[in-house]
Design a protein around this ligand. Structure first.
Ligand code: NAD
Ligand code: TDX
Length: 339
């Protein structure tokens, strides 16, 4: 089979490519990525020369290019990870989120229709459900929870989900959607909470916690997410949404303290800064459907996953130091200097 993986030079997409090449060496993977600030070709260095791997630098909004590639590769499956993914950036500048996350997804689905692709999988997020209150731990997001978004990022992802379901109903496009909770693991871009705190702590820089740090996220080790997507594209039912999450709710402040302790750094590095606008309070996924239909369960416990992640950042300093020494500095200055 040929699988086109978009956004494969980013965090989850690259981990998915490694997972697929390892578990399904008989399949061919074509990675399509624009290499935005979040995409790193160095991440894919070890697989670049594999005979069953091809990288192509392309924007998913480039209709002509995408159609040409589909004509050439005749993919069996398309997995769409390509997206603008950072909530804070979407608050600063929504335009590119609408372009890539909505128009790009539509372009890929048009190509899927034209070339009769057997499956289009949209990698979505739990953020499309909005947030849950802290004082109702019994509530969780199911696939039936209404879409109720908070940020331009989550709204653009929700729009793409709705379009995907509409393409299924109207054109019969064989679509599946996964809505996953927060991922962590290797190759996570250092603008996001966990890698940002690890990098700052290692550099003895302040650890900027938004608001009071009581917001809760439901963390899943990235490989568990990859295994869920692998199951959905091979065994999932078309037209269906699958929630993916590991019942691992943690407060931001507790994660940051844990990172301080693991790295032997003082908690005095923690600095409470102005809250994110429209900040979602709590996410919690109910993964009953994917468990009962596809037998998926998370395999990595948080204690093990976070230790593996911290070890990875300690042994791959060159990867993230190169990132934070470049354009990232301007980003950091803009987002955190006067916060
Ligand atoms: P990321 O920002 O690390 O990577 C995004 C990748 O997409 C980059 O390689 C970038 O170059 C590429 N890209 C961006 N715009 C593109 C375009 N127009 N054309 C082609 N490529 C483009 O993101 P991530 O954290 O790996 O997230 C991947 C997907 O998973 C996203 O769709 C995101 O919404 C979803 N998701 C992420 C999480 C999480 O915790 N990170 C959780 C649930 C869902
Ligand atoms: O410096 C920070 N300080 C801080 O307190 C950063 C970067 C974040 N935070 C808080 C905000 C959130 O409550 O930490 C929490 C996690 O923030 P992010 O890492 O930005 O993730 P989040 O906003 O939860 O979104 C992530 O999960 C869902 C991904 O970035 C999305 O792509 C995915 O859809």
């Amino acid at each position: 089979m040929t699988i086109i993986v978009t956004g494969g030079a980013g965090f989850i997409g690259s981990n998915f490519i490694f997972f697929e090449l390892d578990r399904h060496p008989e399949d061919r993977i074509v990675c399509l990525d624009k290499l935005t600030y979040a995409g790193n070709l160095s991440t894919l260095r070890d697989v670049m020369d594999r005979p069953n791997f091809r990288f192509i630098k392309m924007d998913i909004c480039d209709r002509e290019g995408v159609f040409r590639l589909f004509e050439e590769e005749k993919p069996d499956i398309v997995v769409n990870f390509a997206a603008e993914s950072h909530v804070d950036r979407s608050i600063e500048d929504p335009g590119v989120f609408l372009q890539t996350n909505i128009m790009g997804t539509a372009t890929l689905m048009d190509a899927c229709r034209k070339y009769g692709v057997g499956r289009f999988h949209q990698v979505s997020t739990d953020e499309v459900y909005g947030d849950l209150p802290l004082d109702r731990p019994d509530l969780m997001f199911t696939e039936e929870t209404p879409i109720h978004t908070s940020s331009p990022y989550s709204s653009s992802k929700a729009a793409a989900d709705l379009l995907a379901l509409a393409y299924h109903r109207t054109y019969g496009l064989p679509v599946t959607i996964s809505r996953c909770s927060n991922n962590y693991g290797p190759y996570h871009f250092p603008e996001k909470l966990i890698p940002l705190m690890i990098a700052n702590a290692l550099n003895d820089k302040p650890l900027p916690v938004y608001g009071t740090g009581e917001n809760v996220r439901d963390w899943l080790y990235v490989e568990d997410h990859c295994r869920a997507i692998d199951l959905i594209i091979r065994k999932g039912r078309v037209g269906e949404v699958y929630n993916v999450g590991g019942h691992n709710e943690m407060r931001n402040i507790d994660i940051v303290k844990l990172i301080c302790h693991a790295l032997g750094k003082p908690e005095s590095l923690i600095t409470f800064v102005t809250d994110r606008k429209g900040h979602d309070m709590r996410y919690a996924i109910d993964p009953t459907k994917i468990h009962s239909e596809l037998g998926w369960l998370p395999e990595t416990k948080f204690a093990d996953g976070i230790q593996k992640t911290i070890d990875w950042y300690l042994t791959h300093r060159d990867w993230w130091e190169e990132i934070i020494s470049g354009e990232y500095q301007n980003y950091y200055e803009k987002m955190y200097a006067n916060r």
